[in-house]
Design a protein around this ligand. Structure first.
Ligand SMILES: [Zn+2]
Length: 207
């Protein structure tokens, strides 16, 4: 699943994976877990992400390769946060067995909407649950909400610039394939989810 920061990609990927009962592979989450075990990787990744940049291709490709080797991916999986660069997209083609269809869904959202959404993102200071500026306290634990460390204005602009420079070319890389679909992400969450579901069904043939 592709889409710029703030497109709702993580939420939609989780939702789609649940509905199809396949694993949701968020490279951001896997990377966070690996960082907890490896202080040096943690230090490097923190410096990179705090600057709004992307973690090294080799690190991310290694993570995805190990994850796709797990038996639970046999009947399918949803990739979220990968590929983010052309090199990662090419590596993914090599990681997949011949004949496995790679359905690519791109969630499209206008830049002004993305900036508004990213500015409104909050995270619970106590439990880490995601929230928005529309709330005053955490819905899960009642804790105080703070802006995400990677969401201040300068970092938001940098993330969108990095997206346009490194990730947008991936959309072009996939666009000509018959398995590519783009979905309007500037509508309510349920409508986006329904569009994703029918886009995938159309590619795979109704299942
Ligand atoms: Zn909380």
């Amino acid at each position: 699943m592709l889409g710029p920061p703030g497109a709702g990609k993580g939420t939609q990927a989780a939702r789609f994976a649940r509905s199809r009962q396949v694993p949701h592979i968020s490279t951001g989450e896997v990377l966070r877990r690996e960082r907890e075990k490896d202080p040096e990787l943690d230090r490097q990744a923190r410096a990179t992400m705090d600057a709004g940049r992307l973690v090294d291709d080799d690190v991310v490709i290694g993570i995805v390769r190990r994850r796709l080797a797990q038996p639970d991916t046999r009947d399918g999986f949803v990739l979220d946060g990968f590929p983010r660069t052309l090199m990662q997209a090419e590596a993914l083609d090599h990681l997949l067995d011949d004949g496995v269809p790679l359905v690519v869904v791109d969630i499209e959202v206008p830049e002004e909407t993305l900036i508004e959404r990213l500015r409104a993102r909050r995270v619970c200071a106590r439990c880490g649950a995601p929230a928005t500026a529309a709330l005053t306290t955490c819905g899960a634990c009642g804790g105080p909400l703070i802006p995400r460390s990677d969401d201040d204005d300068r970092v938001v602009q940098e993330r969108l610039r990095v997206y346009a420079e490194q990730t947008q070319p991936i959309v072009e890389f996939y666009r000509r394939r018959p398995t590519f679909r783009s979905v309007d992400g500037d509508q309510p969450q349920d409508a986006v989810a329904a569009d994703i579901s029918s886009a995938v069904a159309a590619v795979l043939g109704v299942q």
